[in-house]
Design a protein around this ligand. Structure first.
Ligand SMILES: [Zn+2]
Length: 209
């Protein structure tokens, strides 16, 4: 079990919704494609905000470990997620909301101009699914850090994902300890690394940051 277990369920659910959304492209004339592109990508964004808030809420509850009565009321997942959607992300190097609009615009252009518009629709669907999966990973990671911080955790240990996407940088970070305010950005897209609390009995030295 990693903090991304719920994330994977959310991503699968959303991918099924994209299947339904992109079936709305039924004709490839310019006006229709532009209209339907706004319809689809507006829903993509609304769905992302809704599901990300649900995911963030779940990750927060799971990782908020102290039992203070204010724990639930002081964390607003919808606000937290919206701030993330509007912030520049140093790993992806874009703002999620802007990237959705860029993807919409490319979708419309490619479907209108292509000789094989059906393939362009399928490609656009895969690309927005990947962008969304990345956002859900980021929501998970940032919510995890927020929950630990709100629980009074001061130091965390980097845990490198044991998957095939793991890069050299990720590998070298495994086990390193950071102050909770100085956790580095993820080194690459679809990085599934995470952090865990450092216990009082931990004798490792703090990494230089
Ligand atoms: Zn990683």
């Amino acid at each position: 079990m990693t903090p991304y277990t719920t994330t994977d369920k959310t991503i699968s659910y959303m991918n099924r919704q994209y299947g339904k959304l992109f079936r709305r492209v039924t004709s490839f004339d310019e006006l229709n494609v532009i209209d339907v592109s706004h319809e689809i990508y507006d829903e993509v964004y609304d769905l992302a905000k809704q599901e990300a808030a649900r995911l963030s809420e779940a990750v927060y509850k799971k990782n908020r470990t102290d039992d203070t009565a204010v724990a639930d009321s002081e964390f607003n997942a919808a606000v937290f997620v919206l701030a993330l959607a509007l912030a520049y992300n140093p790993t992806t190097k874009y703002i999620f909301e802007n990237e959705i609009e860029r993807k919409r615009s490319r979708f419309a252009e490619s479907v209108i101009s292509s000789d094989t518009p059906t393939e362009e629709v399928a490609l656009a669907k895969r690309l927005i699914a990947a962008t969304n999966a990345q956002f859900m990973d980021d929501v998970t990671f940032d919510t995890l850090i927020k929950a630990l911080k709100d629980s009074g955790v001061e130091r965390v240990r980097w845990v490198t994902a044991k998957d095939d996407r793991r890069c050299k940088v990720c590998k070298s970070m495994d086990g390193r300890i950071y102050p909770i305010d100085k956790v580095p950005a993820k080194p690459h897209i679809r990085c599934r690394c995470y952090v865990e609390r450092v216990g009082a009995d931990d004798r490792r030295k703090m990494s230089k940051v």
